[in-house]
Design a protein around this ligand. Structure first.
Ligand code: PMP
Length: 389
């Protein structure tokens, strides 16, 4: 470790020293069970309370929403979707809106609901834009939930979610909006108020916090109206919506990373945008890279760049770069395990063949312009070498 060029920050990040220190300190000092009634329990509960407060601040919550800690973005997405669909009393409506090319942790619970008789309707995202006509057309009174990501993990496309919220307010009185902000959080401003959402998914390991931790932010109205049911049953922790002893060290470390990322948001955003622009400029100026086609959404988060290679499979390039200690991803690390491997790229409009030749570069504010130049040189050399086969 130390010589690597890590450009796979959308898959995960290295935990920051500050978050790690927080983790160790809470593990050593406040090791009580937050549910215990004694002083040690109260201390641990206090750690969780502070962490919730911090997370609320970073998502612009001034309305007293609830932060439920989960084991990550996947669980938060499952809780939002299954918990909403199975809320008691059941809603009359059976329709759920989503976008084409969501993460598997949204797509798979929706597929399970489709098997139960729910109607899942996908808003097209061709070219990296939510189709506004489809939003208007599909927002009907039967909709009980829309689950749409804010930033796509494979293309970096930033979607117009206030438009979805407005359509739902107009035409779908029983609907709430769930936003998977896993890739957006602390890369672009995320405000539950401006988004007009009721549920918001966050993941710690994408923002230099520990892995295996995340949160679902819940609007106070949803809690009041019992609009969400638990998917884990047990001791009734987390407002009865996520049983299981909480993990105060991880929650505190997550909040630490979030607080740092929040105060550095505009500075880091600028840095990320600069790195992305630098690589794009190299693609334009360096004739050795002229065969690469960037997939550019009209509106985007600054840390992701999707590149279609000239007749080279993404996996081949990934391994060639990995041998040089340069790390990128082929599409998305999560989806490359599943049968829905390239669906976000297909939804963007790529053919299967192009999707197969597409790599994802995802930057960290810790990357440097020198590293981006080394990446561009390595890409050029590997394209020349691999084209011979
Ligand atoms: N949603 C999106 C858009 C993601 O990119 C990811 C992680 N790849 C997740 C959800 C899942 O988050 P976690 O890894 O914390 O379960």
């Amino acid at each position: 470790m130390g010589n690597e060029l890590y450009f796979d920050n959308s898959a995960t990040t290295r935990i920051s020293e500050e978050a790690l220190k927080t983790y160790l300190s809470v593990s050593r000092e406040q090791y009580g069970n937050p549910s215990s009634l004694h002083g040690m329990g109260k201390d641990a509960e206090g750690v969780l309370k502070d962490a919730r407060q911090t997370i609320r601040k970073t998502v612009g919550d001034t309305a007293d929403g609830t932060v439920l800690f989960t084991s990550g973005g996947t669980e938060a997405n499952n809780l939002a979707i299954l918990g909403r669909a199975h809320a008691k009393p059941r809603f009359k409506g059976k329709t759920i809106l989503t976008s084409a090319g969501e993460h598997a942790s949204v797509k798979m619970p929706l597929a399970a609901l489709a098997d139960e008789g729910f109607k899942i309707v996908e808003i097209p995202t061709t070219g990296g834009r939510l189709d506004p006509d489809a939003i208007a057309k599909y927002a009907t009174p039967d909709v009980i939930l829309a689950s749409v990501m804010l930033v796509n993990n494979e293309t970096g496309a930033l979607y117009d979610l206030p438009a979805v919220a407005a359509a739902l307010r107009r035409s779908s009185p029983d609907a709430i909006l769930h936003v998977d902000a896993t890739q957006a959080y602390l890369k672009v401003p995320v405000s539950v108020k401006s988004l007009g959402c009721h549920l918001l998914t966050l993941s710690s390991h994408k923002i230099e916090g520990p892995k295996g931790t995340g949160a679902l932010w819940v609007d106070p109205g949803v809690i009041r109206n019992r609009g969400l049911s638990p998917i884990l049953f047990g001791g009734g922790q987390e407002a009865g919506l996520r049983s299981g002893t909480e993990d105060p060290p991880s929650c505190a470390a997550f909040a630490k990373a979030a607080a740092i990322g929040f105060s550095a948001l505009s500075e880091r955003r600028e840095k990320l945008a600069g790195l992305r622009a630098q690589l794009l400029a190299r693609l334009q100026d360096d004739p050795r890279l002229s065969g690469i086609r960037p997939n550019l959404p009209p509106s985007f988060a600054p840390h992701v760049l999707s590149l279609t290679l000239p007749r080279i499979k993404s996996e081949t390039m990934l391994h060639a770069l990995s041998a040089r200690l340069i790390y990128v991803s082929s599409g998305s690390a999560c989806s490359s395990h599943g049968k829905h491997g390239t669906s976000a790229l297909s939804a963007f409009g790529l053919s299967d063949k192009d999707a197969d030749a597409t790599i994802r570069i995802s930057f960290s504010h810790r990357n440097t312009p020198e590293q981006v130049d080394l990446l561009a040189d390595a890409l050029a050399e590997e394209i020349a070498r691999l084209a011979r086969f």
